[in-house]
Design a protein around this ligand. Structure first.
Ligand code: F3S
Length: 377
């Protein structure tokens, strides 16, 4: 079947774009279940191979510390990863493939699923991908082509709404909230963002884009003074001015007060999207004079970043303070599925999905707020 599709693509090239990289989501057993596993095992047995460099999102299990997870879930998650490797995927198991495993360059045509990664690729690096679904990214990886629609069309990158935010962005949580508010208002339209008071770290934009991808469906945000080519893009006439009260309102909507004592588990989770080496360094630095945190903190990162951070001695210093570091997996972790935990997090995306999908109680807190409250100084 794929051979026939490929022939038709090659005869009607105008309707398709050749790609050089793919990234797949929808690989967690908790999302795709037995039907998804069976489909991937069939595909793996068919002999088809990916035509371009293909990385994969995290699953729901860290294979080196899987004891808290149901053994059946662990076994099935392993089979999913094995099937994808057989078809030719790199076992990256991360939602930040742009950091190590699937490096991009400006103007590169790609087919990436995982909204936070696609938004980062377009808005920060200047590559071109639609927000692919799990199956369209998979098909594109096998074919080496994707449909010439949306962002791949000449007019498909044009911004339609100008957002201005004049308030303060004091930390990564504010950045995530701003993105989330923008996504609620923009829907499927590509925004152009003008910040009056902030020219901060790229880490802020990583959270901003993840928040935006949680509530909106557009594939990119033009960020003034940052997105490659921003100065030549035509600024939209439609303008929305945002203020801080809108960020505070969404913070309240995604938060319950964290209990002082908790019968189940009270945990702080960070690394949604996966933490970069720089973020791990910052976290470790911020914990400087803390002896031991009074509640557990969980960090999620990629295998590649984990190895690098371990080699540099950063992880040992985190372990000593009561921080656990997970790789291969996502904040939608198998051990949280059982319910009962109250999760504090600095990620708007994590709070949204942990509440919606796992029905957990969440509290939004920046890293700084968390350390001040639970650092026991
Ligand atoms: Fe990554 Fe999972 Fe968050 S895939 S962006 S850690 S919800």
């Amino acid at each position: 079947m794929f051979k026939k599709i490929l022939e038709s693509i090659q005869t009607g090239r105008k309707r398709y774009v050749k790609i050089s990289s793919a990234h797949l989501s929808g690989i967690s057993y908790l999302n795709i279940g037995d039907a998804g596993l069976e489909f991937l095992e069939d595909l793996s047995g068919s002999g088809l191979k990916f035509k371009v460099r293909t990385t994969i999102n995290p699953g729901c299990v860290d294979f080196d510390s899987a004891v808290e997870c149901d053994p059946e879930v662990v076994e099935k998650q392993e089979r999913i990863v094995r099937s994808l490797k057989n078809i030719g995927a790199k076992e990256s198991l991360t939602c930040t493939p742009y950091l190590f495993d699937n490096l991009l360059r400006k103007n590169q045509k790609i087919a990436w699923a995982e909204s936070s990664a696609a938004l980062y690729a377009n808005s920060i690096i200047g590559a071109s991908t639609n927000k692919e679904g799990s199956l369209t990214a998979l098909a594109s990886a096998i074919l080496g082509y994707t449909a010439r629609t949306g962002i791949h069309l000449r007019s498909g990158r044009n911004p339609r709404i100008l957002f201005e935010y004049n308030g303060e962005l004091k930390d990564e949580l504010d950045c995530g909230l701003l993105g989330y508010v923008m996504g609620l208002k923009a829907g499927a339209e590509i925004p152009y963002l003008r910040l009056k008071k902030y020219a901060g770290k790229i880490l802020c934009y990583k959270q901003l884009l993840a928040g935006f991808g949680t509530s909106g469906s557009a594939p990119m945000v033009w960020i003034e003074n940052l997105t490659p080519g921003f100065s030549s893009v035509k600024k939209p006439r439609r303008k929305i001015v945002l203020d801080r009260s809108e960020l505070e309102e969404e913070r309240r909507n995604l938060s319950e007060e964290a209990p002082r004592s908790h019968d189940g588990k009270l945990v702080f989770i960070t690394g949604c999207p996966h933490m970069s080496l720089e973020e791990i360094k910052d976290f470790q630095g911020a914990l400087g004079s803390v002896n031991r945190l009074s509640v557990e903190a969980w960090v999620f990162t990629s295998r590649s970043t984990y190895s690098e951070a371990f080699r540099k001695g950063l992880l040992m210093r985190l372990f000593e303070k009561g921080v656990r570091v997970f790789k291969d997996s996502c904040v939608m972790h198998c051990s949280l599925k059982k319910g009962g935990a109250h999760v504090m997090t600095n990620s708007v995306k994590a709070a949204y999905y942990l509440r919606g999908t796992f029905k957990l109680k969440t509290t939004l807190k920046s890293l700084k707020e968390f350390i001040e409250e639970y650092g026991g100084k």
